[in-house]
Design a protein around this ligand. Structure first.
Ligand SMILES: O=C([O-])CC(=O)C(=O)O
Ligand SMILES: [Mg+2]
Length: 228
C-alpha cells in the first residue's frame, strides 16, 4: 500500500458530520467491539497526555523517515474537524511534530494527530490540549528533503486508513472506522452501551458475573472444583 509517493489528493470523501458527531460520544473499546472487534491500530500508539481524545475524518499523510515536509503540505488540506493520520514508509521515531505544527494545524480547525512516528514539545501540546497519539516522544529533529504523499491510503500502526475514514482515539487506543460504516457503527455502539448499562446496574447491586453470564454450568462441565 505504501507505494504512491509525490502526490497530494485535494478532494476526499468525508462521511456525514452528524454521523461523526454521534460516533464521537463513544470510547475506542466500545467502537472496536461494535465493529466486530476490528479497526484497532497496534497498541504502541499512545496519547501524549492522558486526557487526549479525538474523533474525525482522516487526512492521511505518508512520510519518509526523519522528514516532516509532508505534514506542512497536509496542513493546507485540513478542513475543520479533520484528524491528520501519518504513517511512515519505514519505521521512524524522530520528532516529526511539535507545538509549532500543532499551532498551524489548530488554525485550520484540525481535531488532532495520530502518527506512527515520534513527536516533541509534549508539555506544550498538553497545555494547548491538542490531542496527539504517537509511537514515541522524541526531541530529535527532522528535515524537509524528500517527497511523501497526502490523502493516499496508508497503513498506520497496522491499521489500513483511507482518506475520510474516521479515526477515534482515547486513552484505550486508536480505532479506524471505514467512512461508509460510521452511522451504522455509531448505532451499534449505542446498543452496546445500553446493554452495558444494564449489566453495570446488576453488578453494582452485587450480582456476580458467574450468574449474570450463566457461567456456573459450563465451569462445572469443565470440571472446576471448589475445595474448602
Ligand atoms: O518544527 C518541527 O520540525 C517540529 C516541531 O518541533 C514543531 O512543530 O514545533
Ligand atoms: Mg518545536
Amino acid at each position: 500500500m505504501h507505494t504512491e509517493l509525490g502526490v497530494v489528493h485535494t478532494k476526499i470523501e468525508r462521511p456525514d458530520p452528524a454521523a461523526v458527531a454521534a460516533l464521537s460520544a463513544f470510547g475506542s473499546a466500545t467502537v472496536h467491539e461494535a465493529m466486530g472487534r476490528t479497526g484497532l491500530t497496534r497498541p504502541y500508539l499512545r496519547p501524549v497526555y492522558p486526557s487526549a481524545r479525538l474523533c474525525g475524518p482522516a487526512v492521511t499523510v505518508l512520510l519518509q523517515p526523519g522528514d516532516n515536509w509532508m505534514l506542512h503540505v497536509a496542513a493546507e488540506q485540513v478542513r475543520p474537524g479533520d484528524v491528520v493520520v501519518a504513517a511512515c514508509t519505514t519505521e521512524s521515531e524522530d520528532g516529526f511534530f511539535g507545538e509549532l505544527l500543532a499551532t498551524s494545524f489548530r488554525s485550520r480547525g484540525c481535531a488532532g494527530l495520530v502518527i506512527d512516528g515520534g513527536v516533541r514539545d509534549v508539555a506544550d501540546l498538553a497545555a494547548m490540549d491538542f490531542p496527539v497519539f504517537s509511537r514515541a516522544v522524541n526531541a530529535r529533529g527532522t528535515v524537509k528533503a524528500t517527497l511523501g504523499s497526502v490523502n493516499v491510503p496508508v497503513v498506520c500502526a497496522n491499521a489500513p486508513v483511507r482518506p475520510g475514514d474516521v479515526v477515534l482515539a482515547d486513552a484505550d487506543g486508536v480505532v479506524v472506522v471505514p467512512r461508509e460504516r460510521v452511522a451504522q457503527v455509531a448505532e451499534a455502539s449505542a446498543r452496546r452501551e445500553e446493554n452495558e448499562a444494564g449489566k453495570r446496574e446488576r453488578l453494582r447491586s452485587g450480582e456476580l458475573g458467574l450468574d449474570m453470564y450463566a457461567m456456573r454450568g459450563p465451569l462445572a462441565e469443565l470440571g472446576l472444583r471448589y475445595e474448602d
